[in-house]
Design a protein around this ligand. Structure first.
Ligand SMILES: [Zn+2]
Length: 141
């Protein structure tokens, strides 16, 4: 394996539909060309970090396996980018099937706070991907 610097990881929803196409948009708008960010895409993206009681497998995959592995293998990783959107995966969360966009933004903030608590040495930045404007809104947490 060649030694290349990885600057960060990105947790996002892997929904590939063209209206959403998050990874392509993230690379375009949120990652400058000189930086390498490892994509960790899974359906629902950061939702499991806000609802670990309902999505324990996704939660463990991120928190116990994927992110810690990345940090072990690539010690130069200094940042986690969290990106959520108006996601259909809320269907998996009891009582949140009709979650509003405001609720979904609060959940992205909750996921970002959790990541910051667990990985305090890393910068955690959070965004909501707006599907209408094709832009990103920075989420404070
Ligand atoms: Zn989604």
């Amino acid at each position: 394996m060649t030694e290349e610097v990885i600057n960060g990881v990105c947790v996002y929803c892997s929904d590939p539909r063209s209206k959403v196409g998050l990874w392509r948009r993230i690379k375009q708008h949120l990652v400058s060309p000189d930086r390498r960010i490892a994509p960790i895409g899974l359906l629902g993206g950061p939702i499991s970090l806000a609802y670990p009681e309902y999505l324990p497998i996704e939660y463990a995959l991120l928190m116990v396996q994927q992110i810690p592995f990345t940090l072990r293998k690539f010690p130069e990783v200094k940042e986690i980018i969290v990106v959520g959107h108006d996601c259909g995966y809320y269907e998996q969360i009891p009582h949140q099937k009709k979650a509003t966009v405001a609720r979904k933004k609060k959940d992205i903030a909750k996921a970002a706070r959790l990541l910051k608590r667990h990985f305090p040495e890393l910068a955690v930045v959070a965004f909501f991907a707006d599907e209408k404007s094709d832009g990103f809104e920075r989420i404070q947490y």
